[in-house]
Design a protein around this ligand. Structure first.
Ligand code: SF4
Length: 292
C-alpha cells in the first residue's frame, strides 16, 4: 500500500532520488541561471548542455559577456537556433552592467523590463538563483497543473495555482521536482501514471480526454522545420558565421533560389532583429551589428 504524507513530500522525495544532473542545477549564480533559462526557452535540454558549458567557460562573468562583440556571441550560439535570444541576452547583459551595477535584478518588475526576459524566465531567475518562493510555469509544469486539477487552466489560474503550491523555503527543490516529473513521468504523450509519485493527488490519472491540451503554458506541436523560414534563416546565419555573404547570393545560401521576394523579407527581418547588417552599400551581409 502506498503511504505518502502529502504531495509535497511525495514529489520532493521522488525528485531527490531521480533528479537529473544538469550543470545549471549546481549553481545559484544569477548570470548562469539566466543564461541557462534563455537557452532552454526553445531548445531541448540535451542540446543546451554542451552550449551552456561552453558559454560558462567562455564568459563566466556577465561583464565579459557584455563586452564581447555580438558577432562573436552569435557564432558561439550557432546550432542552438532562435538566435534572436542571443541578441536579447547580449542587450540584457549590457543593461545589467550599465544600469544595475552588473547585478541581475531580484524583483519581478525590473526583470521584466530586460530584453528577452518574459514572465517565465523572470520567475525562473527568482526561483533558481535567488530561491524566492514563486511558481514557475513552463510547458511541463502547465501540463502537470492542468492534469492535477482535471481541467484546462487560464494563464492567471495556472500561475496562481503554481504560486500557491510552493512549499515555503523549498521553492528550488519543488520546482525542479515538477520539471523532472514532467520530463520523466508526466510526459506529453503516454504519461507513466502507474509510476507516478503523486498519482493520488491527480484528478486526471490518464483517464479520458487530456485536460492539458489547450491549457495555459502548454505548447502545441511545432511546425515542420524542413522548408521553413526558420531553416532558411539558419542557413544564412551559419554561412555568415564563416564570413560575409553577398546580398545577391543570399537566396541561394538560404536554399530558396528564385524566391527573391521571400529572401528579401527574411534578410530584412534578420537586419531588423539586429542579427546581421548590410555593408558596402547593401551589397554584402555580415553577422552582428555594424557598430560592434
Ligand atoms: S498521475 Fe499521470 S497524469 Fe497525473 S501527474 Fe502523474 S503522470 Fe501525470
Amino acid at each position: 500500500m502506498k503511504i505518502s504524507a502529502n504531495r509535497e513530500e511525495a514529489l520532493t522525495r521522488w525528485s531527490s532520488r531521480e533528479r537529473r544532473l544538469l550543470p545549471w542545477r549546481a549553481t545559484r549564480d544569477p548570470w548562469k541561471i539566466l543564461l541557462s533559462e534563455v537557452m532552454l526557452q526553445q531548445t531541448q535540454v540535451e542540446r543546451v548542455v554542451p552550449k551552456y558549458d561552453y558559454f560558462v567557460a567562455s564568459w563566466p562573468d556577465i561583464n565579459d559577456f557584455a563586452e564581447t562583440p555580438l558577432d562573436v556571441i552569435l557564432k558561439a550560439w550557432s546550432g542552438l537556433g532562435f538566435p534572436r535570444r542571443a541578441v536579447n541576452l547580449h542587450r540584457t547583459a549590457r543593461i545589467v552592467v550599465t544600469e544595475h551595477g552588473s547585478v541581475i535584478p531580484r524583483d519581478l518588475e525590473t526583470l521584466l523590463t530586460l530584453p528577452g526576459v518574459g514572465p517565465y524566465t523572470a520567475r525562473a531567475v527568482l526561483c533558481f538563483a535567488y530561491e524566492i518562493d514563486i511558481g514557475v510555469v513552463d510547458t511541463n509544469v502547465g501540463r502537470i497543473l492542468a492534469r492535477w486539477s482535471g481541467s484546462r487552466l487560464t494563464n492567471k489560474t495556472a500561475q496562481s495555482t503554481a504560486d500557491s503550491l510552493i512549499p515555503s523555503g523549498r521553492t528550488w527543490e519543488w520546482n525542479q521536482g515538477l520539471f523532472d516529473l514532467g520530463a520523466l513521468i508526466c510526459k506529453r504523450h503516454e504519461p507513466k501514471c502507474s509510476q507516478c509519485p503523486v498519482l493520488e493527488w491527480c484528478s486526471w490519472q490518464g483517464l479520458g480526454p487530456d485536460p492539458s491540451i489547450g491549457s495555459a503554458g502548454v505548447s502545441s506541436s511545432q511546425k515542420p522545420f524542413s522548408g521553413s523560414d526558420r531553416q532558411a534563416r539558419g542557413k544564412l546565419l551559419k554561412a555568415l558565421s564563416d564570413g560575409p555573404v553577398s546580398y545577391a547570393n543570399a537566396e541561394c545560401v538560404m536554399g530558396i533560389a528564385k524566391e527573391t521576394i521571400r529572401a528579401d523579407k527574411l534578410v530584412a527581418a534578420l537586419i531588423a532583429d539586429g542579427l546581421i547588417y548590410a555593408a558596402l552599400n547593401g551589397q554584402e551581409l555580415r553577422l552582428g551589428k555594424s557598430f560592434d
